[in-house]
Design a protein around this ligand. Structure first.
Ligand SMILES: [Fe+2]
Length: 360
């Protein structure tokens, strides 16, 4: 199949600039085991028109754990790679972002200590060039300077946040979504919607972030009423656009209360991230609507998107994982200071209870 390659302005280009890819042991390629089986390395060769037979390749798992990442860093951070290429979904991209930021750091501290104090990353002037090709559309990880780390042993989630994590080049290949299941497309696209709304009802919102959120919603499947089962190039291009712009929006603002509520649901009950961070959106909007001063055009777009979201009956999907009562037991863990303080409105345990009751 001849693949169409888009740059980060969503213009079609012929090949990835070969200057960015050095065909030697200075290039590290990161993908998932599934990506390997799907032939992403061959695809990468055709996108770069280069035989990549000397690269070092790493295959990673979904939801990278603290332990997995510590191991990857200690095995690879002293190798002087000039390029890192990540081909994959949010987990692969986040792993690549974290690892790349450590490559070239002298005497790195443990990842856990670096999360608390990222100064050591700032002094890293040898960081390789990070090229990202997302194969799922939704996390926006290709446009953010932070990465999620799951500590399943302690039921905790961390975020490493530093400018060195921001990818240097991003490319999109919409055809790579053709093999995604409906649920993968749906949940990742819901994550995108959550990012754009969380960035809007956010105390850190700026003119730029609102513009990115607005661009994201304009391209979102839910606002445009796109059929995810239709498997059309134009739909997949829209999904990538929505994801990328919402990533750019949260890169300015960070996420907020919907994400704060979602983390314990994913950690304890395995609720897919995109579902966990989107089933509350309508209830949250009702709480903060009066506090946010958007243009009428943007407000109408938000309301129409939420109206369409309701039609998906996400509560039914959620009930496959847990009940309202089980979610109410997690309220204490749903209030993470970093996320809740960005919300344009007051959030306490009672408000979260209200949001959960209205959403289940
Ligand atoms: Fe998210």
């Amino acid at each position: 199949m001849k693949l169409k390659l888009l740059d980060s302005k969503f213009s079609e280009i012929k090949i990835i600039n070969s200057l960015e890819i050095e065909n030697g042991n200075k290039t590290l390629v990161i993908m998932s085991q599934g990506g390997k089986e799907r032939g992403y390395k061959d695809i990468l060769e055709s996108l770069t028109n280069t035989k990549l037979n000397k690269t070092q390749d790493i295959f990673v798992n979904s939801y990278p754990s603290l332990k997995n990442l510590e191991e990857l860093i200690s095995n690879n951070s002293s190798n002087m790679f000039t390029n890192v290429i990540a081909v994959g979904g949010g987990s692969v991209i986040d792993t690549a972002k974290i690892l790349t930021s450590f490559i070239g750091v002298n005497n790195p501290m443990s990842l856990k200590n670096t999360i608390g104090s990222t100064d050591i990353l700032s002094s890293n002037i040898k960081k390789p060039h990070l090229i990202v090709i997302p194969t799922t559309a939704g996390t926006g990880a290709e446009a953010t300077q932070f990465a999620t780390i799951w500590d399943r042993e302690n039921n905790k989630k961390y975020s490493l946040d530093h400018p060195n994590l921001l990818p240097d080049s991003v490319y999109f290949v919409p055809e790579l979504l053709f093999t995604s299941s409906y649920k993968t497309l749906l949940f990742t696209a819901l994550d995108t919607l959550s990012h754009s709304l969380e960035s809007i009802w956010n105390i850190n919102a700026t003119k730029d972030s609102l513009e990115f959120s607005s661009k994201s919603i304009q391209n979102s499947f839910i606002y445009k009423n796109l059929d995810l089962n239709a498997k059309e190039f134009s739909t997949f291009k829209s999904l990538f656009k929505a994801s990328y712009y919402s990533g750019k929006a949260i890169n300015i603002t960070r996420t907020s209360v919907a994400h704060s509520i979602s983390y314990p649901l994913t950690l304890k009950y395995g609720v897919p991230h995109g579902l966990a961070c989107s089933f509350t959106l309508d209830a949250i909007y009702k709480i903060c609507e009066i506090n946010i001063d958007n243009s009428e055009k943007l407000n109408t777009m938000i309301r129409n998107s939420l109206k369409n979201l309701k039609k998906l009956s996400l509560n039914k999907e959620l009930n496959n994982y847990l009940s309202l009562n089980q979610s109410l037991e997690l309220i204490d863990k749903m209030i993470t200071k970093d996320r809740v303080r960005t919300f344009s409105g007051n959030i306490d345990k009672e408000t979260i209870k209200e949001i959960l009751r209205a959403s289940f």
